[in-house]
Ligand binder design. Structure first.
Ligand SMILES: [Zn+2]
Length: 175
């Protein structure tokens, strides 16, 4: 995975108090992060870093839109991203990633936030995501509906048509 200098926080050189950073996530960001389902991106990220003692408190605010495939018709749909994420980073002996605290070794001058930002975007995508009712690609929906209607009418038949099921069935019968 490619590194992003833009997303490297120079923690060691950070003055006390709160620092603010802004990022824009376009399609190139999601490509580099290998989030292959994302087909477009326009997300603004604000990151505030507050140094409290030896702990850096990071607070991310994400707002924008990404394009992902609809589960019903497979065409691109808009997914609105509206999320916040908080984490703490601290220097220590070795790398450790906990729920609330990430420890990075003293040898690291920087902490890269690209993965955290990408993960935060991905977590906003519901398991089932579709266009609004009636907004799907009609032709595709019709084809998929016909397929599932057939499957509901006779599940046995449907699994017979699927080569993967056929392979599984053969495996089962051999045992
Ligand atoms: Zn759709």
């Amino acid at each position: 995975m490619e590194k992003f200098d833009e997303f490297d926080l120079f923690l060691k050189g950070m003055p006390t108090g709160t620092q603010e950073f802004t990022y824009h996530l376009g399609l190139d960001f999601f490509r580099k992060m290998e989030s292959s389902d994302v087909s477009s991106g326009d997300v603004n990220v604000t990151l505030s870093v507050k140094c409290v003692g030896d702990v850096y408190k990071l607070f991310f605010t994400l707002e924008g839109v990404i394009g992902i495939p609809c589960d019903r018709c497979l065409d691109e749909m808009e997914h609105h991203v509206n999320a916040t994420y908080a984490m703490s980073v601290k220097y220590g002996d070795e790398y450790y990633e906990g729920d609330d605290l990430t420890v990075i070794p003293e040898s690291c001058d920087t902490f890269n936030v690209a993965r955290v930002i990408n993960d935060t975007v991905m977590l906003t995508i519901p398991i089932m995501h579709t266009h609004e009712e009636g907004k799907c690609n009609e032709e595709m929906s019709r084809l998929l509906d016909e397929h599932s209607a057939h499957g509901n009418a006779d599940d046995e038949d449907d699994t017979k048509c699927d080569p993967r099921w056929e392979a599984l069935r053969k495996l089962k019968n051999n045992n």
